[in-house]
Design a protein around this ligand. Structure first.
Ligand code: MG
Length: 379
């Protein structure tokens, strides 16, 4: 819905404002509210500050701008978060625009959450992080309305959440070594790769740790010979599996690679929704499911079923996200083989609290819905 149309239907636009939290600047923009007795939705674009520069094969970031959603209906307040993925033409602004367009969907019965997801999916292609935020908020609302934690709603065991890997971005060998040493509680480290110095980085890390490694090339290797050589070299150095060796749409070379590698290869950028899975089954050993990529918890659950039906391994991953979105993903980990849910550990101004780390495993809050609460004033 366009802003003009929305105002016509009785919405109230509260002027943009800027305010400061004790730990970081928050940009609070365009809070929309509908009439009494109906749904009230407001969004904040929140700048997450990374503890150290975050470098992948495709770029470097010091901050990430996510959209936080507050949804209130029938006296229940629920939350969602989008971490827009620039790789798929998403920004905080485009995600927020989608969320505003989705207001008529949110006005409907949220108990029929499966229908609401289909309607969100039909609103526009892409903008999956925004869909994930709304799906998250709707299910948080359902859990809170039932007064049960979401893990219980899904029939999952809170004591069976998986340990998470700890991610190390591309940097100098010294910095990568120090980062590895700064996180002794994590039994498995995830190393970003896909650049010229990959071998130097792995050798450097092996000087300071003998923990199992997983490697994410983020499409960085240019051809199948290079990918094969790198993966089998890494296999001999305690790397357990490699994520997305080459470009997402190059399934033919990944099929060639799958027949030759000594350790599993996992699809990340190659997989979004359930319809992607059948073609990937012959090209990868497993898939990395992310809420922001697939469009939320409901589609993640469907991906689990479809991937298992194709004999694929499953990992659940994340973007740079607050404890809110990490709590949502952590809830599903009992259904997965591996978890890479450390986005909130890499930031220093987490706008949510309630999710705690026990060693390298997330302890889910035993509260209704997602169980985390915002620490943002005046929201
Ligand atoms: Mg990845």
């Amino acid at each position: 819905m366009r802003r003009k149309d929305f105002l016509k239907t009785g919405g109230l636009l509260i002027a943009s404002s800027l305010f400061n939290t004790c730990r970081g600047k928050v940009q609070k923009e365009k809070e929309y509210k509908t009439g009494e007795g109906s749904v009230k939705v407001s969004t904040i674009i929140y700048e997450l500050q990374l503890r150290q520069a975050w470098t992948l094969s495709r770029g470097t970031w010091n901050t990430r701008r996510n959209v936080l959603v507050r949804l209130e209906k029938d006296g229940i307040v629920a939350y969602g978060e989008s971490a827009p993925i620039p790789r798929y033409n998403e920004s905080a602004e485009s995600n927020r625009e989608f969320i505003q367009r989705a207001l008529p969907v949110l006005e409907k019965d949220l108990w029929e959450y499966q229908d609401r997801w289909r309607e969100l999916e039909a609103l526009a292609p892409g903008q999956n992080a925004a869909k994930a935020a709304l799906d998250m908020a709707i299910l948080d609302w359902v859990g809170k309305s039932l007064r049960i934690p979401l893990y219980r709603f899904f029939g999952l065991d809170r004591n069976r959440t998986l340990p998470t890997t700890f991610s190390i971005g591309i940097d100098t060998v010294e910095v990568m070594q120090k980062t590895a040493q700064s996180a002794p509680a994590f039994r498995r480290l995830k190393i970003k790769a896909g650049v010229a110095d990959d071998k130097k980085h792995i050798e450097g890390l092996r000087q300071v740790t003998d923990r199992p490694l997983v490697v994410d090339a983020n499409e960085g290797w240019k051809d199948r010979q290079q990918a094969l050589e790198m993966i089998n070299w890494m296999a001999e150095r305690g790397v357990e599996f490699v994520e997305q060796p080459m470009s997402a749409d190059n399934l033919e070379d990944h099929r060639w690679l799958k027949e030759r590698v000594k350790i599993p290869i996992m699809a990340d950028e190659s997989v979004h929704k359930i319809q992607d899975v059948p073609a990937l089954a012959s090209a990868f050993h497993g898939i990395n499911v992310k809420l922001m990529k697939c469009g939320g918890l409901q589609e993640a659950l469907r991906l689990v079923a479809v991937a298992r039906a194709h004999g694929l391994k499953l990992m659940i991953g994340c973007m740079i996200e607050s404890s809110l979105a990490i709590a949502a993903a952590a809830t599903l980990t009992p259904l997965f083989d591996y978890a890479d849910l450390d986005g909130n550990i890499l930031i220093n101004n987490d706008p949510f609290r309630g999710l705690t780390l026990e060693g390298d495993r997330w302890l889910l809050p035993d509260k209704p819905g997602l169980g985390v609460e915002p620490v943002i004033p005046e929201w």
